[in-house]
Design a protein. Structure first.
Length: 266
């Protein structure tokens, strides 16, 4: 199945993050004169007019998922170093790099992106996705057919930059836990043919993600918050300090209980 506006197969991650606002960076590596299979590259991202958290996701190998979470203040840059990709024998290799923002965009925002690789020539396109939440609970109504929108580079005195349109929003920060829970489910996925785990274990990475989420969400919290939310934050703090002694299942049972509690209180 293909997406007409992309002229390619649906990205591997789409079914997992369709309901999140996200940026999809389609990076292409010219493999015509390269012998080695494993290459390293870096991605530099600078965002103006945004505050929140930035979650990144990519797959350097069919059995490996890599992700990261960054705390972002206004007008800040991020350098994602030591990224890697296992090349195939095709003359052109593609990599889907996902950026999911949790937070708030100003009306006048800009972001710049560059990909660097010493071993191979690269180029990329950027697309934005805004989920349609209309009628999501009404099965009899046809959902609006969204599509990826290619972002066209603009120019100023500092060089090329990008902007997303007004339909694109930052995701609510609380939804980060939903995404983490989904990663746990992916970690449990079994290959239908081999009956083995589809992906390499992500236990340590997921624990690190939960720890970062707790830390960063505390930093984003405002001082004047309702008492019930303070209670939830205290529970998150307890989880943060106990995370190293808990199993993955215990961590996510804890998170599920918190989500259920918060839902009742709001």
């Amino acid at each position: 199945m293909t997406m007409p506006n992309l002229n390619r197969e649906i990205p591997w991650f789409f079914q997992h993050i369709e309901n999140y606002y996200h940026l999809f960076v389609d990076i292409r590596f010219n493999n015509r004169d390269i012998i080695q299979k494993l290459i390293q590259f870096s991605l530099e991202l600078e965002i103006q007019g945004f505050e929140g958290l930035i979650f990144t996701l990519y797959k350097p190998h069919p059995r490996r998922i890599m992700f990261d979470l960054r705390r972002h203040s206004f007008d800040q840059g991020h350098d994602f170093k030591n990224l890697n990709l296992v090349l195939t024998d095709e003359p052109m290799n593609s990599l889907d790099f996902v950026i999911i923002p949790f937070g708030y965009f100003k009306d006048e925002h800009k972001f710049r992106l560059s990909v660097r690789c010493n071993d191979i020539q690269t180029n990329f396109d950027i697309y934005s996705w805004a989920p349609s939440n209309l009628f999501k609970n009404v099965k009899s109504v046809i959902r609006i057919a969204n599509r990826y929108l290619e972002l066209i580079p603009l120019d100023d005195y500092k060089g090329y930059y990008y902007q997303v349109d007004a339909s694109f929003k930052g995701n609510e920060t609380g939804r980060l836990f939903d995404l983490t829970n989904h990663l746990v489910e992916l970690d449990k996925t079994i290959d239908a043919v081999t009956k083995k785990s589809l992906f390499e274990p992500m236990d340590l990475e997921i624990k690190t993600l939960v720890s970062k989420s707790n830390q960063f969400l505390f930093e984003l919290s405002q001082k004047s918050i309702p008492l019930d939310v303070k209670n939830v934050l205290r529970e998150l703090e307890r989880l943060k300090f106990n995370i190293d002694s808990l199993s993955k299942e215990e961590i996510f049972n804890w998170l599920d209980d918190l989500v259920a509690f918060y839902s009742r209180e709001t």
